[in-house]
Design a protein around this ligand. Sequence first.
Ligand SMILES: Nc1ncnc2c1ncn2[C@@H]1O[C@H](COP(=O)(O)OP(=O)(O)OP(=O)(O)O)[C@@H](O)[C@H]1O
Ligand SMILES: Nc1ncnc2c1ncn2[C@@H]1O[C@H](COP(=O)(O)OP(=O)(O)OP(=O)(O)O)[C@@H](O)[C@H]1O
Ligand SMILES: [Mg+2]
Ligand SMILES: [Mg+2]
Lengths: 225, 225
Amino acid sequence: LIKLVNVHKTYRMGDSIVRALDGVTMDIERGEIIAIMGPSGSGKSTLMNVLGALDRPTKGQYYMDGEDVSGLTDNELARIRNEHIGFVFQSFNLLKRTSAIENVELPLVYAGARNRRERALEALEQVKLGDRSTHKPNELSGGEQQRVAVARAIVTDPDIIMADEPTGNLDSKVSNEIMELFWEFNQDGKTIILVTHEDTIAAFAGRIVQLLDGKIISDTRQTPK
Amino acid sequence: LIKLVNVHKTYRMGDSIVRALDGVTMDIERGEIIAIMGPSGSGKSTLMNVLGALDRPTKGQYYMDGEDVSGLTDNELARIRNEHIGFVFQSFNLLKRTSAIENVELPLVYAGARNRRERALEALEQVKLGDRSTHKPNELSGGEQQRVAVARAIVTDPDIIMADEPTGNLDSKVSNEIMELFWEFNQDGKTIILVTHEDTIAAFAGRIVQLLDGKIISDTRQTPK
Ligand SMILES: Nc1ncnc2c1ncn2[C@@H]1O[C@H](COP(=O)(O)OP(=O)(O)OP(=O)(O)O)[C@@H](O)[C@H]1O
Ligand SMILES: Nc1ncnc2c1ncn2[C@@H]1O[C@H](COP(=O)(O)OP(=O)(O)OP(=O)(O)O)[C@@H](O)[C@H]1O
Ligand SMILES: [Mg+2]
Ligand SMILES: [Mg+2]
């Protein structure tokens, strides 16, 4: 489904270089649940942004369904994302002046889908926020904003869900509810790629990829849950 | 040191009412380490904002050192905060167009302190970010931004540190380093008030306050660590 070959992401800051990704090669099959782990600053979000086609590598190739995406325009990449990927950002990335339900409707607007309001409310109810749909992000708690971001990622029923630290601000009960939701999606054949620093969340995955200083230091399969 | 009496914080949204705090009474002694816990949306951040004099209650009294702060102007509250409290926000609240070191220097600028650059760099080194001092927030990982927020809270050497989910984006090694830092501050007689949903972090506290739907449902002392 997704193939990375020797991907590098390098930032030049004045006279120093930051190697956020320093040669990453990995294959992801359809229907996997993968947990990406590693210390703070090790390159997890940078890797997720490359996997989600939100950021282009400095070097190396990225194949989606066998096609090299480096040749695609930004518009074509946005269309692939909107049709196939649901992305949960570590910093939520909600529109500040817009209500929760309008934030969740946004991917449906881009896709030209119908029944947007109903589908958005259903996604909010799946993350237990049906009674906060009119609140703007600054009228929501941190964990509630995070759940709106999860609802926005699942509302288009995407093939692949990429979630960067989806439970960082949530208590264990709500965290479990979000993971159960992802688990159900996976039972329907969807691919789930998660970044987490919590072992209890990684336990849901069938595969754990450990990053350190922009490199994969281990990639192991395990029996989930 | 701090006393809350029957504090309420109520938001009116159209024709519905959100009772973020629904009658909270608590005393905090100098030198305590307190962990405030509870489900997502239970009122933890709202309580922290009232304790940090960042937000006024809708009803009820707030006493700092025996003085009722409701009679103070916003400027006087800002001065008390700058002189006595270091606050770590759940959403970091860093200035986006400013480097890490300039963000950490900011409280020292307000206080008219000397040796600002040196003290700011030292605070960044205490959270292991000495080599990222020139990065702006969008050039830092989530956990690195969180650590800049911690450095900014400790740089003025405040009597009281209030930290809202200070380790939500951090792996366990860096989380422990931040908690060890708070522990050292407490050994120096400083008061630490934390919001967390992680039991491993709450274990450092001598007292745990549990919130549910804006009310304190338990307030228990324990042996820390
Ligand atoms: N400005 C506001 N207007 C309306 N409702 C608000 C506002 N701010 C917060 N709320 C509501 O008040 C409740 C408490 O919010 P608060 O941020 O204190 O929760 P919390 O315990 O910190 O949650 P989390 O663990 O998710 O950060 C939430 O349900 C939230 O929706
Ligand atoms: N735009 C940028 N310019 C310079 N350096 C950057 C930039 N973005 C990220 N970095 C650096 O790249 C490294 C990897 O960042 P990344 O966000 O991928 O880490 P992470 O593993 O997600 O960390 P965390 O767990 O704290 O979220 C960090 O050390 C960060 O300082
Ligand atoms: Mg990250
Ligand atoms: Mg909160």
